[in-house]
Design a protein around this ligand. Sequence first.
Ligand SMILES: NC(=O)c1ccc[n+]([C@@H]2O[C@H](COP(=O)([O-])OP(=O)(O)OC[C@H]3O[C@@H](n4cnc5c(N)ncnc54)[C@H](O)[C@@H]3O)[C@@H](O)[C@H]2O)c1
Length: 306
Amino acid sequence: MRILLTGSSGWLGSVLAPRLRGLGNDVVGLDPVASGETQIVGSIADRDLVMDTVRQHRIEAIIHSGALHKPNIESHGNSAFVATNVQGTLNLLDAAVAAGVERFVFTSTTSLMISQAIREGFNGGARKAAWLTEQMSPEPRNIYGVTKLSAEHLCRLYHLQHGLPVVVLRTARFFPEADDMAHAIEQSDANTKANELLFRRLTMEDAAQAHVAALAKAPQLGFDIFIVCAPTPFRPQDCDALIRDAPSVVERYFPDFSSLYARRGWSMFASIDRVYDASRARDRLGFVCKTSFADVLAVLREEGAV
Ligand SMILES: NC(=O)c1ccc[n+]([C@@H]2O[C@H](COP(=O)([O-])OP(=O)(O)OC[C@H]3O[C@@H](n4cnc5c(N)ncnc54)[C@H](O)[C@@H]3O)[C@@H](O)[C@H]2O)c1
């Protein structure tokens, strides 16, 4: 397949592009930042560039991962977010329809489901963790979430009006973002990542693989939105206890976790404020992340056995 990949110089793009090529696809990377994975240095906000690129390269599929995202809020104004994340997405959708592109995958974010109230969590008075599925009505708390949600709506509209097959991946965190590491202050990076695999993280490899799965299934699905996150061991009935005393809930599912953690000098978050439920992706997309919290514990057990 001839694939246009936006955001090809970014973290995700630089893992995804070689993976797509390895599967026998021709990949055209487009990003304003030059890199080995980027053939076209330019912006998705440049409508003519986008239309020409899709037409001239006879693109059959688009994976749209290029964006201004949360760390960019510090350095970019609201207009830049709208130009890139909303107008840029619209340009790609128009180019897709004009050129008869057969599949479109949009990298969205679980962050758009986090309202101010959810974010404030236990200290803000929340009495239970939020159990988040694709059914909830998002109330994004920042320009990043607002523009990503707008882009999702454009994707839905273009499916409705033009029949373009689009899969939206609301991807959880796969890379630490310096502005949002409140928990990390007391925990090491590896400890934080391990904890987050319980409810809000996936590995970069899993994030890339989810895009491969979405690309394969887009024509069959028509339009769908999926949360993509490592599978959580928790259930909705755990939400009360998760916000008050997360370690006791983790202990119920993984009785030896605290001793394994203690050997490393690790600790669990005292409170967990949200859980992303990725079961729709499992059931409809047939995608489950390979790496989960249980795998981290398995490694810790092995280390202890040596
Ligand atoms: N990092 C995470 O944990 C996370 C979580 C959820 C969703 N996402 C989403 O995943 C995607 C990739 O993020 P990442 O973590 O690899 O971030 P990144 O910043 O490394 O990659 C984003 C890429 O988009 C490019 N870009 C910016 N403006 C552009 C424009 N006008 N035209 C084309 N490309 C442009 C950037 O240059 C960059 O290379 C983004 O859409 C982001 O919103 C990331």
